[in-house]
Write a protein that binds this ligand. Structure first.
Ligand SMILES: Nc1ncnc2c1ncn2[C@@H]1O[C@H](COP(=O)(O)OP(=O)(O)OP(=O)(O)O)[C@@H](O)[C@H]1O
Ligand SMILES: [Mg+2]
Length: 255
């Protein structure tokens, strides 16, 4: 059986000659259908570069990326993408912003009413469907952006530090909702974060990335039960995963 996402000797170099920056790779990795995998690494190690390459928004310099058996050769509209800065347009309501994702893909809005309601409900935004982005807090805007990224029922989601700019309490709350949504819908999630705790809490596997040029140091299966509530987070097993990953980064002088 082929994996959902296959990275084969993927690397990226920006520029050429004396100005060349080897940003990422080479990296080999197979990502399975329905898993939640995190790329965890220091700033500048090429995590966003990798996400853009998987999405087909940036060409690989070497190697090959396959999504469901097909080489990625251009932008993919069948996946769900979310970055640190959300892409809500100010002149549309929350509902209108979510519908925009369907309109852009030529999908009928009328058939997706129930799905939009379900998504808004799952991130506690049902009462804010008719509000505009400027009427929402930063955390609420990211919750709306999650609905945008999921409305077309993508099998694959690329989430590049979606919680990076939020306060600790809001992050914790959205992580919980994200985990519940993932458990219920089971998309394949590729998640980028700097936070060791966040990676261990959310992921079925954590790919630990070295400083630039980013390579995979180790892929660690996180063998803890889902949902990972506060009891799991306070367990000695959780602490051991965090400590083991800290040791890897300490070895690189990153922390
Ligand atoms: N368009 C570009 N042109 C030239 N260099 C680039 C470009 N995009 C990224 N880089 C370089 O590639 C390296 C990796 O960048 P990238 O944004 O992928 O890192 P990152 O791991 O996502 O970092 P952060 O955690 O800070 O978001 C950096 O050294 C960056 O300067
Ligand atoms: Mg980045």
């Amino acid at each position: 059986m082929t994996s959902l996402i296959e990275l084969t000797a993927v690397s990226k170099t920006f520029g050429s000659g004396a100005d060349a920056v080897h940003a990422f790779g080479p990296v080999d990795l197979a990502i399975e259908d329905g898993e939640f995998i995190s790329f965890l690494g220091p700033s500048g190690c090429g995590k966003s570069t990798l996400m853009l390459m998987i999405a087909g928004l940036l060409e690989v310099s070497e190697g090959d990326i396959r999504l469901a058996g097909q080489t990625v050769a251009g932008p993919r509209t069948d996946i769900g993408i979310m970055f640190q800065d959300n892409t809500l347009v100010p002149w549309r309501t929350v509902q209108g912003n979510i519908e925009l994702q369907l309109e852009m893909r030529g999908m009928p809005v009328s058939k997706h009413g129930a799905r939009i309601d379900m998504l808004l409900d799952s991130v506690h935004l049902k009462d804010f469907a008719e509000r505009h982005p400027y009427e929402l807090s930063g955390g609420m805007q990211q919750r709306a952006a999650f609905c945008q990224a999921m409305v077309h029922d993508p099998k694959t989601m690329l989430l590049d530090e979606p919680l990076g700019k939020l306060d600790a309490m809001t992050r914790e709350s959205i992580r919980k909702d994200l985990q519940a949504l993932w458990m219920q819908q089971r998309p394949t999630v590729v998640f980028v974060t700097h936070s060791i705790e966040e990676a261990v809490q959310l992921s079925s596997r954590v790919a630990v990335i070295t400083p630039r040029p980013g390579r995979i140091e180790e892929v660690i299966p996180i063998d803890l039960p889902f949902p990972r509530d506060l009891d799991v987070k306070n367990s000695s097993e959780f602490a051991r995963y965090v400590r083991d990953i800290q040791e890897i980064f300490r070895g690189y002088g990153v922390i």
